[in-house]
Design a protein around this ligand. Structure first.
Ligand SMILES: O=C(O)COP(=O)(O)O
Ligand SMILES: [Mg+2]
Length: 227
């Protein structure tokens, strides 16, 4: 039995960054392990750090220091600038566009859709990364993890992106990889599609409520009515 695929007629598409547009795990893991080494702590395997990505850098650092080990709040606070110093150096070195992403962004622009990035990554890292990977020019606006005092899953960041794009939440479509994206979209009242290849904090992506699963970003085009 098959369920009909829903179709949407958005005027704007909001994209998550890490795990949706860009495969950034190698750089994040490198920075995390350089931080752990500097703090005299053992390294962690990349697939473990993979589960820690999704709620921004302070959360990633917190989990690197406290899962299976102990750290005081002061140690965690002191480690955040250490991570940021290392990530500044390695951000974008290994990061790659996922297959189909460039063609998807191009096709969406050709259809007249306005595009935004809404990421939990801090702005200091988001903008250089979009430049280094050659996709900055596709986006009309970028909302980062420290643009507001709240991040995804708080819908406020999606509302801000919509306001900057001049569309209502109901005229936008969110594309992400985690429950943070799905909950933010549902809170804002917009449909959400999730890619199955990203970072979902160890949660099987098909257990997260959403309007469709994508094994390639290109499949998003099948959910969008031509203008
Ligand atoms: O920085 C993170 O933790 C995740 O960033 P994202 O929101 O682009 O997936
Ligand atoms: Mg993500």
């Amino acid at each position: 039995m098959s369920t009909a695929r829903p179709r949407f007629a958005p005027r704007a598409v909001l994209f998550d960054l890490d795990g949706t547009l860009l495969d950034t795990i190698a750089d994040l893991a490198e920075a995390a392990n350089r931080m752990l080494a500097e703090l005299g702590r053992p390294p962690r395997p990349q697939d473990e750090i993979h589960r820690f990505v999704g709620k921004g850098i302070p959360n990633l650092v917190h989990r690197c220091l406290t899962e299976g080990s102990a750290a005081s709040e002061a140690e965690i606070a002191a480690a955040v600038p250490v991570f940021r110093r290392h990530y500044t150096v390695v951000n974008g070195v290994h990061a790659r566009l996922y297959p189909g992403v460039d063609a998807t962004l191009q096709a969406m622009r050709a259809r007249g859709l306005r595009l935004a990035v809404v990421t939990n990554k801090a702005a200091a890292f988001t903008l250089p990364l979009l430049e280094r990977t050659g996709i900055a020019g596709y986006f009309d606006t970028v909302v980062s993890g420290d643009t507001l005092a709240v991040k995804k899953p708080d819908p406020a960041v999606l509302h801000l992106a919509c306001a900057r794009l001049g569309v209502s939440a109901g005229q936008a479509l969110m594309i992400g990889d985690s429950a943070n994206d799905a909950l933010a979209a549902q809170g804002a009242g917009m449909p959400v599609l999730l890619v199955t290849y990203g970072y979902s904090e160890g949660m099987p992506v098909d257990t997260i409520e959403c309007d469709g699963l994508l094994s390639s970003a290109l499949q998003a085009l099948d959910y969008i009515d031509p203008a």
